[in-house]
Structure formats: C-alpha cells, structure tokens
Design a protein around this ligand. Structure first.
Ligand SMILES: [Zn+2]
Length: 563
C-alpha cells in the first residue's frame, strides 16, 4: 500500500475518552499484573490508531495547506488534543501508582515511570492560563519574523530570501545584506525585547507556581532530561571553550587565507569558498535513485529501509505551491511508516534531507518494534545523534550527489565544528537570563555580547545592533523552545565520535550505530551513550581525543582541492 492510500477516518473522541477512562479504572482496580498488562496493550492499540490519524492529517495538511478538508481536520485535532491530555494523564497516573509497579518495571523498564514523574512535576491545572500566554507570545514572535519585507537588490524579500546575498562573492553585497537583515531587527527592536521579556516573566511565574526556584530546572524537565543537570552542562560548555574554540579559530584562519581576506568580519564568515558553495547534481528523481544506490551499498538494513520508503512512497520532497515550509521526519504507527517531508530547492540542503532526515527515519524504522509508543523516539539530544551521524556515514557516496565532492565534505565537516561555539552561546545566554529574570532588557543584550566574545572571539561586527548584543533575536529556539539548543551540540559531538570511529573501523562503527538506532527511546541519553560505546560529553576531557582527530583530518586535507 502506498502513502496516498493510507485511509484517514476522523476518530470518535467521545468513545476514545470513554475507553481511556475504562482502561484507567481497569488499572486502578486490577487484581493482578496480567490485568494491568492487558490494559496497557489495549491502550497501545487506542493510542496507535489516534496518533496515526493525527499524524496523517498533519502530513497531508503540510503537503497542501490549501486543501480545505485536511485544514478542517487539523483544526479538529488542535482542539481535541488539549482536551484529551487530561485522560492520558489519568491513565499514566494510574500506572504510576499501580501496586504492580515492580512487575511493570521488569517488563517495560523504568524509563516510562521517570517520564510520568516529569510530567507530574511540570504540569498543574493552575498553570493552564500561563501556558496559553506562553503559546500566544511565541506565535507573536513567529508572526513578527515572518512579516519581514526587506527591500534589497531591487526586490522585496522575506528574511530567508537574503541568505544568498549573505554568501555573495562581493564583499560589499555581503555587508549590505547583513545591514539589511539587521535593519529589520532594529526597526522592531522594542517589540522583540518586549515579547522576550514577557516570555521570561511568564515562564518564571510558571516555575514558581510549580515550586521551582526559577525556570532553569523546569526547562530541563520540560525537555525530558532525567540524567543531567545545568551544572554538568556548564562543565561541558567549558570544554567547548578550551578545546573547540581554538580549532574554530584555526578553521577561520584557513578560510581567511583561502578567500584572501586578512581581517575577517562577521559578514565574511559565510563565504567558505571564493567561487561559491558546491551545488548538488541531478533532478529529484535522480537524487532519490542515487540515495537508493547509496543506502543499498551502505548496509543490508539501510537498503531494506530505503526500499520500504520508496515502495510506500513515504517522501514528499519537492517544494510546490501551497506546501508548508521547512522539513521534518515523522512516523505513522498504524502502517509502521516513517515519513520525510522537505522543500528541495537545488542547494546542498537537498542532500542533507536525504542523509539527515533519512537518519531520523532509519532510526524510527529500526525501533518500530518498541514495546511502548514512548520508546519509539528518544529525547532530542539523542535523536539528533542518529541523523547527524548518518550525514557522516554517507560521506563515501557524496560523489553521487556533488561534482565538487571535496569542497562539499570539507565544508560539511568544518561547519559541524564551527556550529559548536555558537550552540553553547545560545545555551549559556538562556541560563543567565532565566537565573536572573529581573535583568533589564539592556543587561540581557550586554550579557549576550559578553558570552559571544567568550565563545566566538572571531565575530567582529561593524553593525551597531550586533555590537550592542542583538544577534539573538533571529534564533527562534530562544523564544519558542527554551534550553533546547544545547541538544544539537551534544548530538554533534557524539556524531563526531561516529565519524572518527567510522574512519578507524567501519564495520564496528556501523554495528554500534545500528544498535543505537534499534534502541530508539527505550533508554535515557547517558544510558544510550553507554550502549553505543560513545564517550559521555559531560566528563572532563572527553572532547579532546575526538577534536584532535578532527584537527588531524583538517591538517591532512589536500587544500589545493578547495580552490
Ligand atoms: Zn534532525
């Protein structure tokens, strides 16, 4: 059966609520472990059906936002979702309090109970109104950013439309593009400051109502983190400072020589090569055909996986009218199908979809036999290990996708290192802000600029707003997903380990990676690292070995291939 034939039927929500209530009672009144277990099995079937319908709607709505049928169905799920959460929570609570907990842990592991515990810590009905305000403010931020109409090069462009000018070969164009982007943020500076100030205040209020000192600890719990805290993350950031920042400076020095600019300014950092970034080869159909060849050669499992994706047509890759922006990977349990959504635009980003998003899809395909729906995907920092590592595992096949394959690989690897100091800057800023919510708007900007200087000394600004500490307005996660950003960096340093392992012993690296994918979300971040023989990035000195190997790789790279 193909994706288009997956049949959608609107769930009967009243019946679902009744069934969930009955199952909750069944757990509460159970006389044996078998009765509880039976209730869990019935719960899984109900949840699979409901979440499959919700996912089908969200995919089809994003593929064509102008399709009225699926737009209505999306509205339906947006309304019933919050109503149902109470029923789901009651079921979870009954499980949590079950007198058969020991047997349940034996069969299902303890992770699910730790997750329920977090749910209880992060929610009370008293905060519903504050949560609604939080949502409203993040939507306001998204709308404000999307409203940008920037006049440039004789055109009127939205913010993403400027990205090609920010990488232009002509230095003057790059500088004016940076000023044009900042012009938009400068014009709306007071609005961005106000939205963020209100967000910090309402999140702090929520934290206090739930009994926390400030929002920091709650932010960690909201991310589902059970095995590391802000102290450990602080130490990890120190390692990035001592061990990655010097390497990034070296990468920029090499770039400075390559592009012939001695005094690199912030607007020069995007110009990796004088003659432009490598572009991918072929049409979408050819890219998919090459991806198929690549995944068949990479391993038996990836070959099977990719055949499954193409047979069931579980992709919607090309950008088209009415399609939502961005890209994602999701999963439809009823048909045991991952799904990849993207907007190909004939840049290197298209190939990132076929490696990164396919890495996510391969993971969930590998863990589709998970014993509980909660165990399909792990927490975010672990999810990104699968996708980012797949980008590295597929290096040997990049010649199928790029003519300038050396340039592509060098830029991809160095970009993944350059990202780390920026990622921890975003993270440290949020720790400072939420631990001192009374800071003024100006103090926040100063704090940003100070942190930026610490981790990114190579960022030399000529624009006044940036020099005053206004870069972070553009980083959506700071507004909508507090404390999320560090996850990308944690995953990246783990993916770097896989890159190094893969160079040393491909068979071993691949089998450890596949093992990690199969585990899905059955374990926490640190438990998963152990299973996959990965170094724990919170341990002192853990980054040194990998970063040394990456530096060696850069040193040995034949730079004449980059001209
Ligand atoms: Zn991802």
């Amino acid at each position: 059966m193909k994706f288009q034939d997956y049949l959608y039927e609107r769930p009967n929500v009243d019946l679902l609520k009744e069934n969930l209530m009955n199952l909750t009672k069944k757990v509460e009144n159970a006389k044996s472990f078998e009765e509880v277990d039976q209730a869990i099995q019935e719960y899984i079937l109900l949840d699979n059906e409901y979440s499959s319908m919700a996912t089908l709607v969200s995919i089809r709505n994003s593929i064509n936002t102008q399709d009225e049928f699926y737009e209505k169905e999306q509205e339906f799920f947006d309304t019933v979702g919050p109503e149902l959460s109470e029923y789901y929570q009651n079921f979870n609570l009954a499980l949590y309090n079950s007198s058969f907990r020991d047997e349940l842990v034996k069969k299902y592991g303890s992770k699910v109970f730790r997750e329920i515990e977090l749910e209880l810590k992060t929610f009370k009905p008293e905060i519903i109104e504050d949560l609604q305000l939080e949502n409203k403010l993040t939507t306001k931020y998204d709308k404000l950013k999307a409203s940008a109409q920037i006049e440039f090069d004789g055109k009127v462009l939205p913010l993403p439309g400027l990205s090609v000018y920010l990488q232009d070969k002509d230095r003057n164009i790059r500088k004016s593009a940076e000023d044009a982007v900042c012009g938009f943020y400068l014009e709306h500076e007071a609005e961005f400051d106000e939205i963020y100030d209100e967000l910090v205040k309402v999140r702090t209020k929520i934290a206090k109502k739930l009994g926390f000192e400030n929002f920091v600890e709650l932010g960690y719990y909201r991310m589902g983190r059970t095995d590391y805290d802000s102290k450990m993350v602080e130490k990890y950031r120190d390692q990035i400072k001592s061990c990655v920042v010097p390497l990034v400076s070296k990468i920029y020095n090499l770039q400075s020589e390559r592009i012939g600019i001695k005094d690199l300014k912030s607007y020069d950092l995007n110009l990796t090569y004088l003659n432009g970034n490598p572009m991918p080869l072929g049409t979408t159909a050819e890219k998919v055909k090459n991806a198929k060849k690549m995944y068949h050669e990479l391993s038996k499992e990836t070959g099977e996986f990719f055949d499954f994706m193409t047979e069931h047509e579980l992709f919607d890759l090309d950008s088209k009218k009415g399609k939502a922006g961005g890209g994602y990977c999701t999963y439809i349990p009823k048909w045991r199908s991952p799904f990849i959504f993207s907007n190909f635009n004939n840049t290197a980003g298209d190939i990132d979809v076929l490696t990164h998003e396919a890495g996510h899809a391969f993971q969930v395909y590998s863990s589709r036999d998970a014993i509980l729906p909660n165990y399909l995907w792990p927490t975010m920092e672990s999810c990104e290990i699968h996708s980012m590592s797949m980008e590295f595992f597929t290096y040997p096949w990049m010649n199928l996708f790029f003519k300038d394959v050396d340039k592509r690989i060098y830029a991809h690897l160095t970009d993944s290192i350059i990202f780390l100091p920026y990622g921890v800057t975003v993270d440290e800023f949020q720790h400072v802000v939420y631990s001192k919510p009374e800071m003024t708007i100006d103090e926040r900007k100063q704090a940003w600029r100070e942190i930026e200087r610490k981790y990114m000394p190579f960022k030399i600004y000529e624009n006044d707003l940036l020099e005053r500490g206004g870069w972070w307005y553009r980083q959506g996660h700071i507004f909508s997903s507090p404390f999320y950003y560090i996850d990308y960096t944690l995953a990246q340093v783990c993916a770097h380990q896989f890159f190094v392992k893969d160079m040393e012993n491909h068979e071993k690296a691949w089998s450890e990676y596949h093992h990690l994918c199969k585990l899905g979300g059955s374990k926490t971040f640190l438990e998963l690292l152990k299973e996959a023989n990965l170094e724990n990035p919170f341990e002192d000195g853990s980054l040194t070995k990998t970063m040394n190997k990456l530096e060696e790789w850069i040193d040995n790279f034949d730079k004449t291939k980059l001209n």
